[in-house]
Write a protein that binds this ligand. Structure first.
Ligand SMILES: *Cc1c(COP(=O)(O)O)cnc(C)c1O
Length: 456
C-alpha cells in the first residue's frame, strides 16, 4: 500500500507531462438497453431529472452496486464515486455498520405508523449534539422538510411572504420552484409549469451576497415577510460560498423585521460538521432543515427549531404536517448508525483534511498549467468551475463554461471517475475514499483537464 502510494504521489504537480491522449469511451451497452426500456416507463427514463444525463455526453449509467468509494454500472465498469447519491453517503457505499443496523431492525418489521424507540434514539443523537434545535419532526424527504418549515414559519409569524435566493435549491415544493425576474428584488417567476402564478408571488427572489437586496426587500414588503430561507452554504447550483459577515447581517436583518431565518441544511447538515453550516458561520437560525446524510442513504428529512416555535406544529399547535412513513424504523436505523459514526472524535477533521489535500493538489496543478479552472470547496464538498474569478452568486457562473465540464465528465468516466452528471453539481468525498483512490482520482482529473484545455 505504502509503496504504491509513494510511487503514485504527485509531489510537484507542475512537473507532470501534459496528457494528450483521449481514452476510448467505456462500454454502455447494458445501460443503454436499460435506458431504452426505462424511457417507456418514466418521463425521460428517470425518476429525478438530472439523472437523465442531459447535460453531459452519453446515456445514463445504470448502477448495479456500490461498495466503499466505488460503484459499478450494469456493464461492469468500475468508478470511484464522488456523487455519493447526491450527498447522503458520507460513509461511502454499503457501509457495514449501517447495513447491519438496518438488517437487524428489519427483522422486526418495516413500518408500523406508530411511534418506535428508534425515533427517540435518532432524535437524541441530534438534539444532544446540536445547539440549534430543541425539538424536531422527521419527514421522508428534504423537500417535505423544507415545505413544512415554511408552513411553520408562516403559521408562527402569521405572515405569508418568504424571501429566497437565486441559486439556492430547496426541493420541488410549489412556493420554492421560482426564479428571479429582472431587477434586484422581484416576485418569483415560476420555474416549473404547474406552479400557479399566485403561489410564486408569495416568494420574493433576490441575489445572494447582496446586503442592499435584503434591505430593499424588507422595505418593499414591510411586515409581510414570514421568513428568509437560504441554504446554509449554497451547494446546489455550484458551491456559492457566502461571506460570514453577510450571513450575520442576514440573521440580524431578519430579527429586526420579526421574520424567521430558515437554514436549509439538507445538503450541508452533518456534512461540513455535525452542526452544519450554522456552526460554520456561528449564527443561530430560527428553523433548520436536514435531509440526505440524516438518513444514511434511506429517505429521511427533518425540521427543527426551539421548543417554543415547534410548539406550533400539530398536534401541539395549529400548523398541520404529517406522514404515513415519517420516522420509519428502517430509515431511523440507517440514520442512527450514520450519526453514531459521525460523532466519533476526529471524524470531520480527518475527512475534511483529506478533502482539502485532494483539492489543493488539483488547484496547484491547474495553476501550474495556467488553466482557467478553480475548485471551490468547504469541508468535504468540492465544486469544479471553469473560471478564474470568484463565484458567489448564480449570476457569476458563466453558462458557456459548462461545455468544458461536459468534456471533463466524459474523460473522467472513461478513466473510472464518476461525478454527478452536471457542471452545476458539487462533488463529495466520503470517509471511504482512501488516499490511494484519491491519488488515482487526481491523476484522472489532471489528464482530463489537459484534454479539456487542449481543445480550443
Ligand atoms: C437535496 C436538497 C433538498 C431536497 O431534498 P430531497 O430529499 O431531494 O427532497 C432541499 N434542499 C437542499 C438544500 C437540498 O440540497
Amino acid at each position: 500500500m505504502l509503496e504504491q502510494l509513494k510511487k503514485m504521489f504527485t509531489g510537484n504537480e507542475a512537473e507532470l507531462p501534459v496528457n494528450t491522449g483521449s481514452k476510448p469511451d467505456i462500454s454502455r451497452e447494458k445501460s443503454a438497453a436499460l435506458y431504452e426500456k426505462s424511457k417507456t416507463y418514466f418521463p425521460g427514463g428517470v425518476n429525478s431529472p438530472v439523472r437523465a444525463f442531459k447535460s453531459v455526453y452519453g446515456t445514463p449509467l445504470f448502477i448495479q452496486k456500490g461498495d466503499g468509494c466505488f460503484i459499478w454500472d450494469a456493464d461492469g465498469n468500475q468508478f470511484i464515486d464522488f456523487c455519493a447519491s447526491w450527498g447522503p453517503l458520507i460513509l461511502g457505499h454499503n457501509n457495514t455498520k449501517i447495513r447491519e443496523k438496518v438488517v437487524e431492525v428489519m427483522q422486526n418489521g418495516m413500518s408500523f405508523g406508530a411511534p418506535t424507540a428508534l425515533e427517540n434514539e435518532l432524535a437524541e443523537l441530534i438534539i444532544k449534539n446540536n445547539r440549534f434545535v430543541e425539538k424536531i419532526r422527521f419527514t421522508s424527504s428534504g423537500t417535505e422538510a423544507v415545505m413544512s418549515a415554511i408552513r411553520l414559519a408562516r403559521g408562527y409569524t402569521q405572515k405569508d411572504k418568504i424571501i429566497k435566493f437565486e441559486g439556492c435549491y430547496h426541493g420541488h415544493s410549489d412556493s420554492l420552484l421560482v426564479k428571479a425576474g429582472s431587477g434586484l428584488v422581484t416576485f418569483g417567476e415560476t420555474s416549473s409549469a404547474g406552479v400557479p402564478k399566485s403561489f410564486a408571488e408569495e416568494t420574493i427572489v433576490i441575489p445572494l451576497n447582496d446586503k442592499n437586496a435584503i434591505i430593499q426587500a424588507f422595505e418593499q414588503f414591510k411586515d409581510q415577510v414570514a421568513a428568509v430561507i437560504i441554504e446554509g452554504i449554497p451547494a446546489n447550483n455550484g458551491l456559492l460560498m457566502q461571506d460570514e459577515e453577510y450571513v450575520k447581517f442576514l440573521s440580524e436583518t431578519c430579527k429586526a423585521n420579526n421574520a424567521l431565518l430558515i437554514f436549509d441544511e439538507v445538503i450541508t447538515g452533518f456534512r461540513v460538521g455535525f452542526e452544519g453550516a450554522a456552526a460554520h458561520y456561528g449564527i443561530t437560525p430560527d428553523i433548520v432543515t436536514y435531509g440526505k446524510i440524516i438518513g444514511g442513504g434511506l429517505p429521511v428529512g427533518m425540521y427543527g427549531a426551539s421548543a417554543e416555535i415547534m410548539g406550533h406544529v400539530s398536534p401541539d399547535g395549529g400548523v398541520y404536517q404529517a406522514g404515513t412513513l415519517s420516522g420509519n424504523p428502517v430509515a431511523m436505523a440507517a440514520g442512527i448508525a450514520t450519526l453514531t459514526e459521525l460523532l466519533r472524535a476526529g471524524f470531520y477533521k480527518e475527512l475534511n483534511n483529506k478533502t482539502q489535500d485532494f483539492v489543493a493538489s488539483i488547484q496547484r496543478f491547474a495553476d501550474a498549467r495556467n488553466y482557467k479552472f478553480k475548485v471551490f470547496t468547504v469541508g468535504s464538498i468540492f465544486w469544479f468551475a471553469f473560471t478564474d474569478s470568484d463565484i458567489k452568486t448564480a449570476d457569476d457562473i458563466d453558462p458557456t463554461s459548462m461545455e468544458k465540464f461536459k468534456v471533463m465528465h466524459r474523460e473522467l468516466l472513461n478513466r473510472g471517475i464518476y461525478l454527478g452528471p452536471s457542471g452545476y453539481e458539487v462533488g463529495f468525498v466520503s470517509a471511504a475514499h482512501t488516499k490511494i483512490e484519491l491519488e488515482k482520482a487526481k491523476r484522472a482529473i489532471f489528464d482530463s483537464l489537459d484534454l479539456v484545455f487542449s481543445k480550443k
